[in-house]
Ligand binder design. Structure first.
Ligand SMILES: [Zn+2]
Ligand SMILES: [Zn+2]
Length: 193
């Protein structure tokens, strides 16, 4: 595993700027991987890991950098829960650990560095220095991963009976005996104009 400093530098490049979220995300992912005993997630262990992230903020990019898990590789799963947390699943051992940033860490950052007025600067420094136990809570969990959730899953492609668009990974739904995509089934996030 690369050092904290090296990974923060890489995260800064990938994310476009250095921020407290990068430091937090790098440390969160490092802790998860360390607990799982995965030390080369982007090299020899690259097919071993699936990561669930629960927020789409700065830290999410850093978690992607450290783990090598990408949406396009199906190794990064997004659950939009608005929580600064991620779960790391070791496909080899079946073990999984959820790491969540503690709400108290912001207050602790203020106490550690009251001399720094800028919140981002203050948290950036404090999150580097803070002990894991002050920054995060961890929990061993079980994650059910059906075959179609695995990164290399090859399955048949279904065509929506309404719009004719193709659907992968069993994302189709059945409505009144018809096989539909989620949009045609009424779960769309857009309305046609
Ligand atoms: Zn940022
Ligand atoms: Zn459709």
């Amino acid at each position: 595993m690369l050092s904290l400093d090296d990974l923060i530098r890489e995260a800064e490049v990938a994310h476009g700027h250095l921020c407290a979220g990068q430091v937090l995300g790098v440390r969160l992912a490092m802790l998860g991987l360390e607990r799982l005993g995965i030390d080369d997630p982007r090299g020899k262990d690259r097919k071993r890991l699936v990561t669930f992230v629960e927020i789409d903020r700065c830290a999410t990019d850093a978690i992607g950098v450290v783990t090598g898990c990408r949406l396009g590789k199906r190794a990064l799963k997004f659950r939009d829960w608005g929580k600064m947390a991620a779960t790391f699943v070791d496909l080899q051992s079946g073990k999984a650990i959820r790491v969540a940033a503690k709400e108290s860490s912001k207050k602790l950052a203020r106490e550690m560095h009251p001399e720094i007025e800028n919140k981002n600067q203050q948290q950036m420094l404090a999150y580097r220095e803070m002990k894991n136990d002050d920054l995060f809570s961890t929990q061993w969990v079980k994650v059910e991963l059906p075959p179609e959730e695995f990164p290399g899953y090859k399955g048949e492609r279904i065509v929506c009976a309404e719009c004719g668009e193709g659907i992968n990974f069993h994302r189709e739904v059945e409505r009144d005996g018809r096989v539909l995509c989620r949009a045609c089934a009424g779960e769309g996030y857009y309305d046609p104009l």
